[in-house]
Design a protein around this ligand. Sequence first.
Ligand SMILES: Cc1cc2nc3c(=O)[nH]c(=O)nc-3n(C[C@H](O)[C@H](O)[C@H](O)COP(=O)(O)OP(=O)(O)OC[C@H]3O[C@@H](n4cnc5c(N)ncnc54)[C@H](O)[C@@H]3O)c2cc1C
Length: 343
Amino acid sequence: MVRSEFDQMMLENAREHGVSAFEGIRVRDVLFDNTGLFDGKRAVGVRIQEENGAVREVRAKVVVDASGQSGMLMNKLELRIWDPLLDKGAIWTYWEGAYRDTGRDEGATMVLQTADKKGWFWYIPLHDNRLSVGIVRPFDDLFGGSVEKTKTAHGERYEQEVAACPAVAKRVAGAKRLTGYFATKDYSYRSTTVAGDGWVLVGDAFGFLDPLYSSGVLLALRSGEMAADAVVEGLKKNDVSAAQLGKWGVPFNQGVDRMRRLVCEYYDGFSFGNFIRSYPELRGTVTDLLIGDLFTDKVDRVWEPMETQYPSAKRAPVRWNEGQAPSEDEKQNELVLPTGLRP
Ligand SMILES: Cc1cc2nc3c(=O)[nH]c(=O)nc-3n(C[C@H](O)[C@H](O)[C@H](O)COP(=O)(O)OP(=O)(O)OC[C@H]3O[C@@H](n4cnc5c(N)ncnc54)[C@H](O)[C@@H]3O)c2cc1C
């Protein structure tokens, strides 16, 4: 479905349930006083800028940071940890008239691996006969060190990848490209904590996981639900401490860890097909994991059998907050928009 339409539905639904939502407002800063336990600071509101340029302060018992990859509080409080394994880049564009399956599979999202197995394409049918098709590869390999290279170069790199992947090339042959090429650094990261005194992080403002299994919106919604429960309970008890607002952090991180493990296994060449052939009784559990049933330990029964299929030198992937993170330079996941055609 079209993301902007989905977001609009969510916004309208929130309003129907009594939320006051204001549009066209930019949050410039989060305000703190010195009464909190977390680093001595407690969030007490935000400084906002209205569309007409006016700046004012709004006080709040709890500040929920849902600012996406710009990670307002994560940056301000230096909480971000870059994943040591998942340092990817992505280039994508939109097509009209590319191949779609028929019948119930017409809208099916596909993941198509590149021949060298270092990267993959997403192939996502959208409305009006449009498709989003993107390539994800290790960052340095895709951008040669800098995402800010010329936009022509992004297009050339994308077309090179399409040409080298017959499964994609044949699907877009004869289709019309609708936009220029979007590019982003696609590094996975998480915050060291989900909450502090008076504030809580949700969605990409807390963490971003490689989009291989399209888990981003699911994780954003799930973190929103879990954070909302903690906030509502905290407001009832008049407790907006880091401990109360962050109650959901451990189980949420465990859920993200499960999806991350699948992502890392894929990049490390693990064959899910072979695995299911060896352990047909685990097919349902692997499916549960892939469709996002991440927040139950019932699914953990797949890991041990999975490890029995590892080559002898292979170990389970290092955790998201261990090991050598990607280089310190230019870590922000900035999005480079095309100058020409836009959706
Ligand atoms: C290349 C790529 C492909 C992806 N593919 C998929 C996929 O197929 N499926 C999937 O589920 N997920 C996918 N994702 C992930 C998904 O897009 C995100 O995980 C999801 O959008 C996170 O939602 P969010 O609400 O946290 O952040 P966002 O959707 O980024 O929303 C953040 C909002 O906050 C606003 N904002 C930011 N700063 C401020 C401020 N200071 N003041 C006011 N407003 C502010 C922004 O304008 C934005 O509207 C992909 C991501 C990438 C990078």
